[in-house]
Every structure is written in C-alpha cells, then in structure tokens.
Design a protein around this ligand. Structure first.
Ligand SMILES: C[S@@+](CC[C@H](N)C(=O)[O-])C[C@H]1O[C@@H](n2cnc3c(N)ncnc32)[C@H](O)[C@@H]1O
Length: 314
C-alpha cells in the first residue's frame, strides 16, 4: 500500500454548475491526472487565491492511496479516523464494498431540526480499482455534501423551506420561540411557515400576497411592501434577517450593508439569485458578501441557480 499526500485540493462540482466551478478555478487543471475529463471532480495543485462557491464538497487535505484489496483500502481509512463517506463516480460496486467495511453513517432523511455533530467527516472516491483519493477534512458537514429532510407535503406552500432548513442545520443555530425574524421576499410563504413552526415572531415582507394559511399562523404578520425600501430603523431590531427576494445581486448587497450598518440585526441568511444575471455580477456580489467578517457563502444542496450568504452571531 502507498499513501501520498497531495498538494492542493479536489473539488466536487455542484451538479449542473460544473462550468461555474471551472470558471472560478481558472484554466490549467487537466494535466493533474487525478480527474477524469468531463467528470465531476476538479483538482488544483495550488489552493486558489480567491473564494470558490460552486462546489458540493471540497477535499481539503487530499491524499492518494494505492491499495491491493478492499480490506486494505478500508483499513487505510479507518487508521486515519472513524467517519468516512464516499462520493463515487466510477467503480461503484467496489466502492460499496469498501464503505461496508467502515463504520455505518446514517444517510436517512431526518426531521428538522437536529444538531449536527462536530466530529470530523472524511470523504473518499475511487479513481480506479486500486487507487483512491481521500481527505480527512472536507468543506461540507453532510455525507457526500448531501442532506435530505423528512418533508412536510401539506403545510408549506413551496419547497423553498428546504434550503432554509439546510442553512439553519449548517449554522447549528435556528430561531428560538419569541425571537423576531424579518422574512423578505416571503411569498408564497415556505420560509415564513418554517420560522413560524419554530415559534418565532415573523414579519413577512413581499410585494405579492402570502398564502392564506401561512398568513394566519400564530406569530406571523404580513407587510405588503418593497423589502428594499423598508429602512432598518422603521422595522426596529430583529434577531434574524432572512431574504429570498429575486433581485439583482448588487441590490441585495446594498440592502444588507444598510442593515449591518444599522446594528439592528444579529443573524442573517440570504439567497443571492444568479438566474438571468450576467454571471460576473453574481460572482462579484458573492465575493463582496463573503468579505464581511464572520460570514460565508455556499451553494447549498437545496440551492438552485443561487448561492446562500450566512452570517450568524456566536
Ligand atoms: C423565490 S420567491 C420567495 C419564496 C419564499 N422564500 C418561500 O419560501 O415561499 C421570491 C419572492 O420575492 C418577491 N420579491 C421580488 N422583489 C421584491 C421586492 N423588491 N420586495 C419584496 N419582495 C420581492 C417575489 O414577489 C417573490 O414572492
């Protein structure tokens, strides 16, 4: 068996957004020999200077392992740490046999909310029958970067609440009963529904109507208004600011900057919509927001052509 640390990082693209990841990483990676052309992985020998957003996961400390048998491969991973998830694009049967020899990870759908464990979760993939790339640390806290919830098919009027749940689980924090939330771009009401279910007091702002059942939930008050012309001082202090407005990314940035300057909110979760925008404007907004101390920008498993900016107070 041979174990060789690799400089740099291995990226798994967010499916459907391989071109965005390629754009962020820049040219010159195909020679690495670690990625199959046209496949989901991108290897960079050097850590990119700028932030990268359009990934499902990143192998942060990659190693290449050459092995003879399935038992040897599983043993090599177990010697490093307990928890591993696979992300296979080839050798599926052999990969499943290796994973079976590792401690089982629960990949079942879960009810929201639950507290994510802090224990490290490694990730590995097979290049061929005798070579794997593994990393003891990865960018996503979810096995393979995937998180599935037990969905509520009756209560919420849209499935948008799934990305909010994912963001909150990722932050390991969610609104508590009685906390004040501003939900901008709230209609038809998926996020408002999820927040009201937590017992929060939700001010939902949208130019379109909130679904009737959601508007009547305890703790919900609806304001029919352009969210961006409501000044923070008019709204007063809130514990959480949520925004899922479809808008130009630069408009979102300006609005967030006003809220930050006001000091009237502690926690933020906002969607940066990319659809229909020149790609560069969306990237520029994501880079502008990620510069804000204590914040992160990610492509959630439940995000479509959009990114999520999060800033949670300690
Ligand atoms: C993607 S939908 C939001 C979905 C919502 N989060 C949910 O869970 O159901 C985007 C919303 O932004 C609203 N919107 C667009 N521009 C707005 C603005 N300037 N102010 C308030 N709402 C706006 C639209 O009316 C639409 O309801």
């Amino acid at each position: 068996m041979m174990i060789e640390p690799l400089p740099g990082r291995l990226y798994r693209a967010a499916p459907g957004f391989e071109d965005h990841l390629e754009y962020e990483l820049g040219p010159g990676r195909e020679d690495s020999g670690y990625c199959v052309p046209g496949g989901p992985f991108f290897y960079t020998a050097e850590i990119p200077a700028g932030p990268v957003f359009w990934y499902r996961n990143i192998w942060l400390s990659p190693i290449k392992i050459e092995f003879d048998s399935i038992t040897e491969a599983a043993g090599a991973l177990r010697n490093i740490q307990r928890n591993w998830s696979s992300d296979l694009f080839t050798q599926f049967r052999r990969g499943a046999l290796i994973q079976e020899k590792l401690p089982a990870l629960s990949c079942k759908r879960r009810p929201f909310p639950w507290l994510l464990p802090e224990s490290p979760l490694g990730i590995w993939t097979l290049l061929d029958a005798h070579r794997m790339i593994a990393s003891a640390s990865s960018a996503s806290p979810f096995p393979g970067g995937i998180i599935e919830f037990e969905e509520d098919r009756l209560g919420p009027p849209s499935r948008a609440y799934l990305k909010l749940w994912e963001a909150l689980v990722r932050c390991r924090k969610w609104p508590q009963p009685g906390e004040r939330c501003l939900d901008a771009g709230a209609s038809p009401g998926g996020w408002t529904w999820a927040l009201a279910k937590l017992g929060a007091l939700v001010s939902s702002v949208d130019r379109a109507a909130l679904e009737n059942g959601v508007e009547k939930m305890p703790g919900v008050s609806f304001i029919k208004h352009d969210a961006f012309t409501l000044r923070p001082e008019e709204m007063g202090p809130v514990d959480w600011l949520f925004c899922d407005v479809i808008c130009y990314p630069s408009r979102l940035c300006e609005w967030i900057e006003k809220w930050l300057a006001s000091g009237l909110c502690r926690n933020y979760i906002c969607t940066i919509k990319m659809q229909g925008q020149a790609m560069e404007e969306g990237f520029a907004a994501a880079r502008r927001l990620v510069e804000i101390p204590g914040s992160s920008v990610v492509h959630l498993y439940h995000n479509k052509h959009e990114l999520t900016w999060m800033r949670i107070s300690p």
